[in-house]
Design a protein around this ligand. Structure first.
Ligand code: UDP
Ligand code: MG
Length: 315
């Protein structure tokens, strides 16, 4: 089969404790894809160390339908590694990635395919959020504002990992040997013909969000530090700023000494500046630590994921 013939599709689905969603997602996908008369398609469920019946359900589907493939991790590695594993194993000409919880509307896939067949090589989607919880909406806005200030690549708020990629884009992506993945930051930098579609997300069908606050925070930090090295330079700016303050304060001290009428107790200002500078130093060490940790992981060449078992076409 020639993968360049644009009539075959892989669907990649990172799955972590989604037992209540898999079957309905499967039937929705079948319902949507069947009328499109694709030559071939496959679903790759990437089970990210689920502790519920997710893998069992996927395996059952795979017995009845050979188009269902799966990759099962040895433990929970996270959404991005799961997505990467799916993309690594997807064999067809177009590859759609979407969440297992039905928040990403399956009905959008025909439109994505249409744009792809008309020449787009990346069809990404932009969430028009009305229903998102206030906290998630605000933190997400803040995150994109910071990331866009810091990095050259502009990321759009609401663009997540629901997209169609041409196999040649995935080929380019495979050359990135990053150990801390932030895939949505890499895609805009790849180039290629990119087009977008707006959509309104559905409510999560079953279960709860698998992105805990700490996972979200880690994801945000990974994203920031993977797209930009600017935070490392903060210490220089802070340093210059406070050196100037100190200089001015020094001039003032000399002035008081020369013309002063009173002795300055000074204790308060010393304690205040020690605390302030100490705090800033800790923040800076923390920032350096994040990058150092990344260099550490990368230099060890640790894999992004470990597969315990799988059934894909590349076996
Ligand atoms: N997910 C995963 N590993 C994780 C967390 C999430 O594979 O450690 C999957 C999850 O099953 C879902 C997708 O990533 O298919 C998005 O997660 P979720 O819907 O919980 O995130 P939210 O939509 O709340 O941001
Ligand atoms: Mg979700």
């Amino acid at each position: 089969m020639n993968p360049l013939i644009k009539n075959t599709l892989s669907i990649v689905i990172p799955t972590f404790n989604e037992e209540g969603n898999i079957e309905i997602l499967y039937s929705k996908l079948i319902e949507t894809l069947t009328p499109l008369e694709l030559d071939e398609f496959e679903f790759i469920f990437v089970d990210d160390g689920s502790q519920d019946r997710s893998l069992e359900i996927v395996k059952k589907l795979a017995i009845d339908d050979p188009r269902v493939k799966y990759i099962s991790f040895s433990r929970n590695f996270g959404h991005q590694p799961a997505l990467k594993a799916g993309l690594d194993h997807a064999q067809f000409a177009g590859v759609v990635s979407l969440d297992a919880d039905l928040q990403h509307p399956v009905e959008l896939i025909p439109e994505m395919i249409e744009k792809w067949k008309n020449g787009a090589e990346v069809v990404y989607t932009k969430r028009k959020d009305v229903s998102l919880p206030w906290f998630k909406r605000t933190t997400s806005k803040l995150f994109y504002r910071i990331i866009n200030t810091l990095s050259q690549i502009k990321l759009e708020d609401g663009v997540a990992d629901f997209r169609l990629l041409d196999q040649k884009v995935i080929h380019a992506l495979r050359a990135y040997k990053e150990s801390n993945l932030f895939i949505r930051g890499l895609i805009p930098a790849l180039g290629f013909r990119q087009e977008s579609i707006d959509y309104t997300p559905h409510k999560r069908f079953a279960g709860e969000t698998k992105y805990s606050f700490s996972k979200m925070l880690r994801f945000a930090l990974t994203g920031l530090t993977s797209l930009s090295a600017k935070p490392l330079y903060f210490s220089i700016y802070f340093g210059v700023f406070f050196a100037m303050l100190a200089f001015i304060y020094g001039l003032y001290a000399i002035y008081v000494f020369a013309f002063g009428h009173e002795t300055i107790p000074g204790w308060t200002s010393i304690i205040a500046s020690i605390l302030l500078i100490g705090g800033i130093q800790l923040i800076m060490i923390g920032i350096i630590g994040i990058y150092l940790g990344k260099v550490f992981a990368q230099s060890k060449g640790r894999p992004n994921y470990i597969i315990a078992e799988k059934k894909t076409n590349n076996d």
